[in-house]
Write a protein that binds this ligand. Structure first.
Ligand code: AMP
Length: 437
């Protein structure tokens, strides 16, 4: 059982370079030259009067699947970390210089201080540059974003009429992709539009009607825009499904199928998923042609994460216990607290603020701008506590989270593993504490 007096953790050096960057979240990347292609309604290839998919939107994807509550053996929440294990060193077979890509792109990669390709990049980029479909079995933190952005940008640099659609499960992940996109595309006059729910659709429509090459979005909003005739995918020859298994979990399978159906036969597909559940396998079978399968050994998060449980004493108030913990531990530098419900996330964060903690919250009921602002503050250490629901925190790459606290037990062990994977990254030691009983 967890005792706060435990000695743990060493200093946490900064890890990846993209961490503190923020996006305006408003949807359009910088720049203003409009020489290329467009997704907008004035696109020549737009087909009119497409029958809409099952009439009004609504029945399909956005209804969250009711997940069954798994009874998790509490002992699975306790594990000593193997303290700062050296990650297996991967020797890439390429340098970025070896890739047959535009020099502008090589420069952008160097500007991001990427020295060696990560395994997923090393193994997939050469094939992607040859036009092959890619099936990447890889989790967040593996560098999968650059693995699809680099070949896509290279394609667009060759032909400004090329367009791409990147479909991600959450607004935050879409925005994160846009940040990385903007880093790479700086000065290239290649433009993206982010189309996510929770942000004004009119601004997105306005941006789509201007020239842009890349649309990054969440399934529901993308579907909406396709149905309104604002996005035309008939000549979009690069398609990315990021975290496909998460999209399945969130009930988006029909939406993404619909979107894929709208893309041309000669599309190049980049399918990324941490796992390969049957429906995703089937989807890929249907939409990919002889994909190059790249599996990246997912870092065993739990090895770097010391896990323990916290049991409340009889009659002890849970928030008091949490605050006790937070105030005792000097090491609680950047803490991600998970709670199940949107309202309990909000309530807990407000209570922490009242008690003098620098806390913020993200959950589905918050406006996208607020969520983004809070995330940026957490990234920049203006907040050191972030209270979140699972969905809001999915796929986020926040460097240097020292502790994950499960204020409420997650519904499945898989969710637990995802949650604790937010700490102990890049060979750092992390701590995960779970309130039980
Ligand atoms: P991703 O899995 O795409 O979310 O990437 C995780 C983190 O790794 C991000 O902060 C990226 O900027 C960073 N990253 C991706 N590729 C590399 C690389 N080749 N070298 C160093 N950092 C990288």
């Amino acid at each position: 059982m967890y005792t706060s007096a435990k000695q743990r953790g060493s200093s946490r050096a900064p890890n990846y370079s993209s961490g503190g960057r923020t996006s305006n979240g408003s949807g359009r990347s910088s720049g203003n030259s409009r020489g290329g292609s467009s997704f907008g309604s004035r696109s020549a290839s737009r087909s009119t009067g497409r029958p809409s998919f099952g009439g009004n939107r609504g029945g399909g994807g956005r209804n969250k699947r009711k997940s069954s509550y798994e009874r998790i053996d509490v002992s699975r929440f306790i594990s000593k970390s193997t303290v700062v294990e050296k990650e297996e060193i991967y020797l890439p077979t390429h340098t970025f210089g070896d890739f047959k890509i535009d020099t502008k792109l090589k420069l952008a990669i160097a500007n991001k201080n990427y020295i060696y390709p990560s395994p997923i990049q090393d193994k997939s980029i050469p094939h992607a540059l040859d036009g092959r479909d890619i099936l990447g079995i890889a989790d967040t933190g593996t560098g999968k974003t650059a693995a699809f952005l680099i070949p896509i940008l290279n394609k667009i640099l060759k032909d400004k009429n090329e367009t791409a659609i990147i479909i991600a499960p959450t607004r935050e992940l879409a925005t994160q992709i846009e940040v990385e996109f903007n880093d790479f595309a700086q000065g290239m006059r290649i433009f993206s539009v982010v189309c996510v729910g929770g942000m004004p659709i009119t601004a997105q429509i306005r941006n789509l009607r201007r020239e842009c090459n890349v649309v990054i979005g969440t399934p529901g909003r993308l579907l909406d825009l396709v149905k309104r005739g604002e996005i035309n995918l008939s000549s979009t020859r690069s398609v990315v499904l990021d975290e496909a298994d998460r999209m399945l979990d969130m009930g988006f399978i029909n939406d993404i199928t619909f979107l894929l159906e709208k893309t041309p036969e000669d599309r190049q597909g980049f399918f990324f998923s941490a796992t390969l559940p049957k429906p995703i396998e089937k989807l890929i079978e249907r939409f990919a042609t002889d994909p190059v399968k790249v599996m990246v050994k997912t870092r065993e998060t739990s090895k770097n994460v010391e896990q323990d449980v916290i049991r409340l004493a009889r009659g002890e108030d849970k928030i008091d216990a949490l605050c006790d913990l937070l105030s005792k531990e000097k090491e609680f530098k950047k803490v991600l607290i998970f709670s199940e419900m949107k309202h309990s996330v909000e309530k807990l964060s407000n209570e922490l603020v009242k008690r003098g903690y620098k806390s913020g919250s993200i959950h589905g009921d918050k406006r996208q701008n607020d969520r983004q602002r809070t995330l940026t503050k957490f990234r920049n250490n203006e907040l050191n506590i972030l209270v979140a629901t699972d969905v809001a925190a999915r796929g986020l790459d926040i460097p240097e989270v020292t502790h994950v606290i499960n204020y409420e037990i997650p519904q499945t062990y898989d969710t637990y593993i995802h949650r604790i994977g937010r700490t102990g990254r890049a060979s750092k030691k992390g701590v995960a504490l779970t309130f039980v009983g």
